[in-house]
Design a protein around this ligand. Structure first.
Ligand SMILES: Cc1cc2nc3c(=O)[nH]c(=O)nc-3n(C[C@H](O)[C@H](O)[C@H](O)COP(=O)(O)O)c2cc1C
Length: 284
């Protein structure tokens, strides 16, 4: 059994690193273990060149992106830990996530390994959308998220103290024993039954859309209060069909770009003449 731990935090010996190490410590000794510090990999921004469209044409950038992807493909289990940075995921997670557009419908080349996530935040009530960002990151890596803990942890080591340590132990047990049901909620709020998101768009007509997987439904009154009801046949954004549709959409748009390139260039030229750019003075 091979388990890979991703840590994305500039803080060495910080909450995310200690959380992954504690989970690893609780896993069977004969499991092969590897940790990767995502923020120290050489990962460039996505340049929006669309050379990775159609699917199968890999990203052309020569950096550590494929190293990371190949490690995930090899892993039987994955642990991801990263802090909340300004109400969302850590910056390096976002940089990798953008690059994963090159693998949107590459789901068959991944094992869909079981994955647990630790999201720490330091200021009570300011975890923001970190859960949604991290769920999306794992889904874009075609992982099967079986557990996610969002925990208040400020000083290094807070992730392995008190009730946080119990949560960490729970995640380790999930990796060892597997999940026996849907992912446990991390909030008191209504969570999307498909992707665990807490972010919903509520429309004036009463319809509701999950902002992560895009499933549509309604909040209905029931004995336990409000619940989210939806059509289980809804083609939300994480079905294989949806992923295939997304790639087809990208291919169609790329074809349209190539067919109308002259027109687009003429329009761009008109705007290129408007030049208000400023840049910093060269450093001495
Ligand atoms: C740049 C920066 C932004 C942060 N933004 C938030 C935030 O929006 N909400 C919050 O609760 N904590 C925030 N924190 C605190 C960290 O999420 C928290 O301390 C976390 O446990 C650090 O994990 P680490 O030790 O693995 O880096 C921020 C910290 C830094 C350095």
């Amino acid at each position: 059994m091979k388990v890979v731990g991703l840590v994305s935090s500039p803080r060495k010996g910080g909450n995310s690193e200690i959380a992954v190490k504690e989970i690893f410590r609780q896993l069977p000794a004969d499991w092969e273990k590897e940790m990767i510090r995502v923020n120290e990999l050489n990962i460039n921004y996505c340049t929006a060149c669309y050379a990775c469209v159609p699917e199968g044409a890999r990203c052309r950038q020569k950096d550590d992106f494929n190293f990371l992807v190949d490690k995930i493909k090899e892993a039987d289990k994955v642990v991801i830990a990263a802090p909340t940075y300004i109400l969302g995921c850590h910056t390096a997670i976002k940089m990798v996530m953008d690059r994963l557009i090159s693998l949107v419908a590459d789901y068959n080349s991944f094992k869909k390994a079981d994955c647990v996530i630790v999201s720490s935040y330091g200021y009570g009530g300011w975890e923001g959308m970190v859960k949604e960002d991290m769920q999306l990151f794992a889904k874009k890596l075609h992982l099967n998220v079986i557990g996610h803990e969002v925990m208040l942890a400020t000083l290094p080591g807070d992730t392995v103290k008190g009730e946080n340590l119990e949560k960490i132990t729970g995640l380790a047990n999930l990796l060892i024993n597997g999940a026996d049901g849907p992912i446990k909620p991390t909030t008191k709020g209504i969570e999307c039954p498909i992707c665990a998101s807490t972010g919903f768009q509520v429309n004036p007509d009463g319809s509701v859309r999950c902002m992560l997987c895009s499933v549509e439904g309604k909040f209905m009154h029931g004995p336990g209060g409000l619940r989210f009801e939806y059509d289980p046949e809804f083609n939300h954004k994480f079905t294989n069909k949806s992923l295939d549709d997304h790639v087809q959409y990208l291919i169609d748009k790329k074809d349209l770009f190539l067919a109308t390139r002259g027109e687009i260039k003429a329009l761009q030229a008109e705007y290129a003449e408007l030049d208000w750019w400023v840049t910093p003075a060269p450093k001495e």
